[in-house]
Design a protein around this ligand. Structure first.
Ligand SMILES: Nc1ncnc2c1ncn2[C@@H]1O[C@H](COP(=O)(O)OP(=O)(O)OP(=O)(O)O)[C@@H](O)[C@H]1O
Length: 303
């Protein structure tokens, strides 16, 4: 495998936060081998690639749900995140499907990690939950069940729950899957606001081009054939300056041979077979995001 093309204006300039070293991932048989990269604190780091390349598998390996086949992952100086299973989470995770508990209200869902991992009293937890719901623009929706919310609101509720423990690192798998373009763009606005205001580090699997260029400060592109990273850098720089046909194929929605695909949502190219179709428009969400402040006086208790 050749070295990845590095076209980065930002990657690597921030202090290292997550280190993947000679990392091989997969289920028995490796999907990716010898991955080496560092994610900086405060980066919006995107994992890109075609369908089935192993993006979600890499994400799960980074946060310890899956053990590496070889190599290591270190988060904030602590090696082997798999060993942290069963301990208080050091980061939030928001997966495809949201995984909110359908029989619990939104407020109860957000309260769960606080009840599980802290000894805070109910009143304090209720105050924190209110703050988290405000943070994601869901004030007033705490008493509703997930089924009573639009898809975009459910995603934001999932993010509020992932942030309940005040972690400064969030892993997200296809956050805008199934959302219409406007709701998806509003979710991007929320992620940008969280990144800029809280300094949250975001590690995101996505293949929505609009999202990639809007929120990503750094991206790696996985390639199934070489089982490695073919590009690493600022997604806009990769789009505009790369001559690698695989990189161009991904960022310009071309086939690897350079032919521009007629339909961006049904491309057949090597890297590009799974852009999800948008769903019908949802309940609108105000563009005016709430001011984001670290309003939580109990932060020290459960960090
Ligand atoms: N639990 C599992 N056991 C065995 N193989 C799996 C498992 N989960 C995923 N795979 C396989 O691993 C490969 C990579 O899957 P993964 O979900 O990581 O890809 P991806 O790049 O995220 O794809 P997509 O964009 O379609 O979600 C696929 O061939 C998939 O079928």
């Amino acid at each position: 495998m050749g070295a990845p093309e590095i076209l980065s204006s930002r990657g690597g300039s921030l202090p290292g936060f997550i280190h993947a070293r000679e990392l091989s991932i997969g289920y028995g048989k490796p999907l990716m081998e010898n991955l080496d990269f560092t994610i900086g604190k405060g980066e919006v780091f995107l994992i890109l690639g075609g369908s089935g390349t192993g993006k979600s598998t890499l994400l799960k390996t980074l946060f310890g749900r899956l053990a590496p086949l070889a190599g290591s992952v270190e988060i904030a100086g602590v090696g082997d995140p798999a060993r942290l299973q069963g301990h208080r989470p050091r980061f939030g995770v928001s997966f495809q499907g949201g995984a909110l508990f359908g029989s619990l209200t939104i407020a109860q869902n957000v309260a769960l990690p606080l009840e599980q991992w802290t000894s805070l009293d109910a009143r304090t937890i209720a105050g924190i939950v209110d703050g988290k719901l405000r943070l994601v623009g869901l004030e007033g929706a705490g008493d509703r069940l997930p089924s009573e919310l639009s898809g975009g609101m459910q995603k934001r509720a999932g993010i509020a729950r992932a942030l309940a423990l005040e972690n400064d690192l969030l892993f997200l798998d296809e956050p805008s899957a199934g959302l219409d373009p406007i709701t998806s763009s509003e979710l991007d606005d929320l992620l940008i606001a969280l990144n800029r205001s809280l300094g949250l580090t975001l590690v995101i699997v996505t293949h929505e081009l609009e999202s990639i260029f809007k929120i990503g400060t750094r991206a790696i592109l996985l390639d199934r054939k070489t089982r490695g990273i073919v590009a690493d850098g600022d997604p806009r720089v990769l789009r505009d300056e790369s001559f690698d046909p695989r990189v161009r194929a991904f960022f310009h929605r071309e086939s690897v041979s350079g032919r521009r695909e007629a339909q961006t949502d049904s491309v057949q190219g090597e890297l590009l077979s799974s852009t999800p179709r948008p769903q019908p428009a949802e309940e609108p969400f105000t563009k005016d995001l709430p001011p984001i402040v670290r309003e939580d006086p109990f932060r020290g208790e459960y960090l």
